[in-house]
Write a protein that binds this ligand. Structure first.
Ligand SMILES: Cc1cc2nc3c(=O)[nH]c(=O)nc-3n(C[C@H](O)[C@H](O)[C@H](O)COP(=O)(O)O)c2cc1C
Length: 200
């Protein structure tokens, strides 16, 4: 079978991509509005872009042409926090993905604990073991009227004391117990890890 994305409805192409590009890490993004209302939402079209400087990207779709609260806040305040999602956080993470109006604080809604950040104003989520404080670098209207690409720079990383950080700053992934998204409402956890050194 050959599938040409140009010959199919966007929703079908979305289903194809989200079931093939797997497993995807989940950025659980906390922001605050210009008026100080906290916001929290998950994004799995999320990727590390470069380490020098430490950039990440998040593709935030629009709702009927309107930017999501996360995009509006990251644009207005130029700040966001990416909270790493673990297995234990599956249910509250999904709860915060509801289409709530901007005045709803999803952190309280999901009964999560906000912690003050150090370099940025949006709070961190205490239940997440690793939080990345970020500043917005650019917001690109990558698909006009449909998707905004948030490019953010990591300015501070918080790691829970229970997680060991190596001298080279690497972290044993199994100690994080990360959750990843598959297609639709399906998620997965870390499977077995295979180690293979690269040729020199
Ligand atoms: C696991 C998960 C991953 C998601 N990934 C994305 C994504 O990459 N891009 C996107 O636009 N929406 C994504 N969503 C949907 C948003 O979380 C949802 O639209 C949310 O209401 C946005 O909130 P906001 O308006 O407060 O920013 C995802 C939802 C879930 C549950």
């Amino acid at each position: 079978m050959r599938i040409d994305p140009g010959e199919h409805e966007p929703l079908r192409v979305y289903h194809l991509m989200t079931s093939v590009i797997v497993p995807r890490p989940i950025a659980w993004v906390s922001t605050i509005s210009r008026d100080g209302v906290p916001n929290l939402a998950p994004f799995s079209f999320f990727s590390g872009l470069t380490a020098t400087p430490p950039l990440v990207t998040i593709a935030a779709g629009r709702r009927r042409g309107a930017r999501k609260d996360t995009t509006n806040n990251a644009s207005a305040t130029r700040e966001l926090v990416i909270n790493v999602v673990t297995e234990a956080l599956l249910e509250p993470m999904v709860q915060t993905s509801g289409e709530f109006p901007p005045e709803v604080d999803e952190i309280s809604l999901a009964k999560l604990t906000p912690l003050p950040s150090v370099k940025v104003r949006p709070p961190r989520i205490a239940e997440s073991p690793i939080q990345l404080e970020c500043r917005t670098r650019e917001i690109l209207e990558i698909s006009p009227g449909i998707v905004d690409l948030i490019v953010a720079e990591i300015v501070l990383v918080h790691v829970d004391d229970a997680i060991e950080v190596g001298a080279d700053l690497s972290i044993a992934t199994e100690s994080i117990r990360p959750l990843a998204r598959l297609g639709g409402p399906n998620y997965t956890t870390l499977g077995s890890i295979k180690k293979v050194e690269r040729p020199t």
